[in-house]
Design a protein around this ligand. Structure first.
Ligand SMILES: *Cc1c(COP(=O)(O)O)cnc(C)c1O
Length: 430
């Protein structure tokens, strides 16, 4: 019997356009989104709604530390959600205590507060600094030019970039900005009202710029001398991405006096939950009890579910030595990017970063004919070309393209990504 095959529908349903239309009509348009809609992921690969595969070297902006749909974190999520999701911070539960213990173990004696995001973790550090200084009337926090500390009202005040502040004045008072990696400028900026200095170990949104060892050691000595808290925003550069738990540990490796370095507080988020929302700050002894009962709180921070997932991520990172993997695969990626920069200096001007937090700076738009005629900044145009070739990366400002992949990225996947970047670079080279 002959089968009757129905004719195809006259209009092929375009899933991307229908998803995009939902956003256009119902979602606050506060993001400049790429024309991509994803349906599923596995490891370092993502598939869009049309079934097209992409290698993900953006990692959800440094969040998906174990890649997508990691079997063990999925299992931890299922098991914990069947046992206990939420009880509130009025009560004790084991996962929060154990996760705090696990994080402290990677630093030094101190305590951890759990929040839900990087911005919230930083808010905790701001309140810590104000509590620390308030008896002496000190409240001011110095932050760095080109820094990024989140989109809350105090976060945009702390951020050393004008573009996040436009139209949101008056800003939360008490923040001033100093040039990054400039110790003399930090010293000169300290006033009788200053309570703390806050920096990123590697500036992320500011174009992937690591702090120098001299700057870190100098800031520590300066803060000790002036009785200031030294706070570090490890939301993007932390959590094993640099090859060590925190980026300052990597930056100060082998540097005389580096082993003794510790900030007074560190914020974390992004990679901490591997995609499950969780943020935290660690505060060092003797300041760990500054925020006493009733002084700071959040409904959702540190739920049994969030902490069980983050504990599983931590366990896998430690067991599979993913800090070493970040260091090794990151080194391979960096050397390959440096090779591309040397072969095509007309396209790639510089390569920066540590471990699996890397950025390459593109030549000015006017110098790359293929970029010159279109409106978007060079980084955006480059990232769009990578999308067409099946690779996801993240722009950082107008000139820098960032790689913030999963910590378990393999060398073969890294090589695949470099191949795609190289092809795009070659199409742009004159
Ligand atoms: C992403 C980021 C933040 C903000 O984190 P959210 O989770 O978006 O609130 C703060 N600081 C740095 C360095 C970041 O990269």
């Amino acid at each position: 019997m002959k089968e009757i095959i129905p004719p195809p529908p006259p209009i092929i349903h375009n899933q991307f356009e229908s998803v995009k239309d939902l956003f256009r009509r119902h979602v606050v348009p506060s993001y400049g989104r790429f024309d991509l809609a994803f349906a599923r992921g596995s490891g370092s690969y993502l598939w869009d709604v049309a079934g097209q595969r992409y290698l993900d070297l953006g990692g959800g902006i440094a969040v998906c530390s174990l890649g997508h749909a990691h079997a063990e974190t999925t299992q931890a999520l299922i098991e914990q959600s069947q046992r206990l999701v939420h009880v509130s911070n009025l009560y004790y539960h084991e996962p929060q205590g154990r996760l705090a213990q696990g994080l402290v173990r990677h630093l030094a004696p101190g305590k951890v507060f759990f929040a839900n995001s990087g911005g919230e973790a930083n808010e905790g550090l701001f309140k810590l600094a104000r509590r620390f200084g308030h008896r002496e009337g000190r409240f001011e926090i110095l932050t760095a030019v080109n820094s990024f500390h989140g989109r809350t009202l105090a976060g945009i005040a702390a951020t050393g970039q004008d573009k996040v502040k436009t139209g949101f004045g008056p800003l939360v008072p008490g923040f001033r900005y100093v040039p990054f990696n400039d110790l003399a400028a930090a010293r000169a900026a300290i006033s009788p009202a200053t309570a703390a200095i806050l920096i990123e170990g590697i500036q992320g949104e500011g174009g992937i710029t690591p702090a120098t060892p001299e700057y870190l050691l100098g800031l520590r000595a300066l803060c000790d001398e002036k009785k200031l808290l030294l706070l570090m925003d490890g939301v993007q550069c932390g959590y094993f991405r640099s090859g060590r738990f925190q980026s300052f540990q990597r930056i100060l490796e082998g540097v005389p006096g580096g082993d003794a370095f510790l900030p007074d507080g560190i914020s974390m988020a992004k990679s901490l939950g591997g995609g499950f929302p969780i943020g935290a700050f660690w505060v060092r002894e003797p300041h760990a009890d500054l925020l006493g009962p009733g002084s700071h709180a959040t409904t959702f921070g540190g739920t049994p579910l969030a902490c069980a997932v983050a504990l599983k991520v931590l366990e896998v990172v430690e067991r599979d030595r993913l800090a070493d993997n970040a260091r090794n695969v990151g080194e391979f990626l960096k050397l390959e990017l440096l090779r591309l920069a040397a072969a095509h200096p007309d396209v790639i001007k510089a390569v920066r970063g540590l471990g699996l937090m890397l950025g390459f700076e593109l030549a000015p738009k006017a110098d790359v004919p293929a970029f010159a005629n279109a409106e978007p900044p060079a980084a955006l145009q480059f990232v769009n070309r990578l999308h067409e070739a099946g690779l996801l990366t993240i722009p950082s400002g107008a000139q820098v393209v960032r790689l913030l992949p999963a910590l378990n990225l393999t060398r073969a996947q890294a090589a695949e990504g470099i191949g795609i970047i190289e092809n795009v670079v070659k199409t742009l080279a004159c």
